[in-house]
Each structure stands twice: as structure tokens, then as C-alpha cells.
Ligand binder design. Structure first.
Ligand SMILES: O=C(O)CCC(=O)C(=O)O
Length: 312
């Protein structure tokens, strides 16, 4: 990381995002890709949506996977990536000394797969101090043709969460699109990043991705969301979403947890989101049932004290 951290912090404040090249080395990148495949084929244990490889090729397996949610719960390399010391170093400069993480996602975007329409992550993951920061690590060279991220630089600065609505744009997946804001729908700046590089972006920043139109090339990315540990996290999570006054299925990344006395809860379940709509619906239905019993068990049990947090 050659750019001084103070310069990165000023750029983050101005634009709402920074790019850090070579955050992971090629071996770490390959390990995460292999982990994604192993999770999707059930080699990391019984995970909702995982399906044995059988006689499918690697490409056939990957084509069925849109994303893996909460992979850090079942994969040590994913958890290591979430807790990467270089990420912690940058985040303590951008956010403050005390940083927690609440979710990971692995996007497996094969050729032909859709992008995600303009949105702000704080719409979905609300902090109380606007400290949400997504760290999106490219596991393949992310270019315009294979569906890199796009940003509206500076769109975080008004501190406004714009409304969202369903869209019928076939370029994008089913998640809602932000509208009624002053930024060009077809504008923005692409963030082309080499494999191993990462973009850190503010939770109020408008961003999107376009479909992967590169024949025979993936655009995989490992994403973690972080925030100041000082803020509560009234996150609606689960299927159907249940609103928590303060979501406590967190990992401390740096500094101290001001709410350590609350303990942590293991309530979010890893699952594989299929790119086949019928299969995705079945998985969500099964997840709803499982998540409900997991929540009941977690609510009935005392939260684990902080120092009893599991290490894998
Ligand atoms: O990777 C993508 O295509 C979209 C990711 C994204 O928008 C996010 O992580 O908030």
C-alpha cells in the first residue's frame, strides 16, 4: 500500500471510495475462489443451497451460483480475508479506532449474469453514525466488460438515503433501484480493479454493477461490510427480515467493542443463492424455516460473552 493513509482518508471523504491495489496476493485470491467452489458443492458442510458437484463441470457449478452469503461462518480463509490486517489498518483510518464487521458475501458472476442497479448499502444496513463501509475485493480482474462496480463519486456527501423501487431493467438482478436522486442513471465512474485489489466505499455512496458480458470470463468478488463499533446496528436481517435494535452477530476487527457486555449471537445462516429463480425461491423458503428456529434458539440462549467468541 504505497499511498499514505491520510491521503486515502481525504479521497474517501471527497469521493466516497478509494481503491487499494494488491490487497490480497495471487495465492490468497486463488484460495478464496477454491473456497467458494467448495462451499457451493457442499464440501464445507451442509449449507442451504449447496449441491454436490456430481458430473457437473466447474463452469456448470459456478453458473448456478449468484452469491454465497455469510461464507465466513464456515470457511477459515473467508474469515481470514474479512479480518485481513491491511483492511483493518485502512478502516481504522477511515472509520475510527473501533471497527466491527457484520456480513460477508461472495459474488460469483459468470459470463451472462446480471448486475445490480444503483443503490446505497446503508438503505439495507443502517448504522446510526453513517459509518458503513463496504470492502469489495476483486478475485478476477474487474473490467467494464465483465461487470465491475460503478460509482457516482461524491454521492455520499448529502447524507441522504434515496427511495428505492422495483425495476424492469433486464441488465439488473431483482434488487430494488434507487431513484429520485440528482445523479445520471446512465452516468457514473467505473472502478476497474486488478484481481487482488479492493475498493472501500461509503454506505451512502450510489453504486451499481452492469452484467458480465465477457465471454468465458468470471467477475468474482468477496465483499465484507464494516462499521464503527460505537454505533448500534438496527439491521433487519433474515427471511423474513426481523428488525434488531442492535444486531449482535458481529466480528470485532479493530479496537474495543463498547457493547461487549451484550455478548455476540450466532443468528445469521450461510447459504448459497442460486442464479436459477425457481431454485433460489426454494432455498429462501427453506432458509426462512431454518432461520426462525436458529433465531428462537439464539434468543432463548444467553448471548456468548465476547471473550468466548469462537475461533475457527
Ligand atoms: O458485486 C456486485 O455486482 C454488486 C455488489 C454491491 O453492490 C455491494 O456489495 O453492495
Amino acid at each position: 500500500m504505497n499511498t499514505p493513509l491520510t491521503h486515502l482518508a481525504a479521497t474517501y471523504e471527497r469521493d466516497g471510495f478509494i481503491v487499494v491495489e494488491d490487497l490480497l496476493d495471487p495465492q490468497e485470491v486463488e484460495t478464496l475462489k477454491a473456497e467458494a467452489f467448495d462451499i457451493a458443492t457442499g464440501r464445507r458442510g451442509a449449507v442451504l443451497g449447496a449441491k454436490p458437484q456430481g458430473d457437473r463441470t466447474v463452469d456448470e457449478v459456478n453458473a448456478d451460483v449468484l452469491a454465497i452469503h455469510f461464507p465466513h461462518k464456515i470457511s477459515q480463509p473467508m474469515r481470514d480475508a474479512m479480518r485481513h490486517p491491511r483492511i483493518a489498518e485502512v478502516l481504522t483510518t477511515l472509520i475510527g479506532p473501533n471497527v466491527k464487521a457484520m456480513q460477508t458475501m461472495m459474488f460469483v458472476k459468470a459470463s451472462g449474469k446480471p448486475g445490480q442497479a444503483w443503490h446505497q448499502d446503508e438503505t439495507f444496513i443502517p448504522t446510526r453514525d453513517r459509518s458503513l463501509c463496504g470492502v469489495w475485493i476483486a478475485l478476477d480482474d474487474a473490467r467494464i466488460d465483465n461487470g465491475c462496480l460503478w460509482f457516482h463519486p461524491g454521492s455520499h456527501r448529502p447524507g441522504v438515503l434515496w427511495p428505492t423501487r422495483p425495476h424492469e431493467d433486464p441488465r439488473f438482478d431483482a434488487s430494488e433501484e434507487a431513484f429520485d436522486h440528482p445523479f445520471e442513471r446512465e452516468g457514473g465512474t467505473p472502478a476497474e480493479i486488478r484481481a487482488g485489489g479492493a475498493v472501500f466505499f461509503n454506505g451512502y455512496l450510489l453504486h451499481r454493477s452492469l452484467p458480465n458480458q465477457a465471454a468465458g470470463r468470471y467477475r468474482r468478488a468477496f465483499v465484507t461490510h464494516y462499521m464503527s463499533a460505537a454505533s448500534l446496528l438496527p439491521w433487519s436481517v433474515g427471511f423474513p427480515p426481523v428488525r434488531r435494535g442492535d444486531y449482535r452477530d458481529i466480528e470485532m476487527i479493530a479496537g474495543v467493542d463498547p457493547y461487549a457486555w451484550k455478548g455476540v449471537r450466532d443468528e445469521s445462516l450461510p447459504f448459497v443463492r442460486s442464479s436459477n429463480p425457481g431454485r433460489a425461491a426454494d432455498i429462501l423458503e427453506a432458509l426462512t424455516v431454518l432461520a426462525r428456529s436458529q433465531r428462537e434458539a439464539s434468543t432463548n440462549a444467553d448471548a456468548r460473552p465476547r471473550d468466548a467468541s469462537p475461533s475457527m
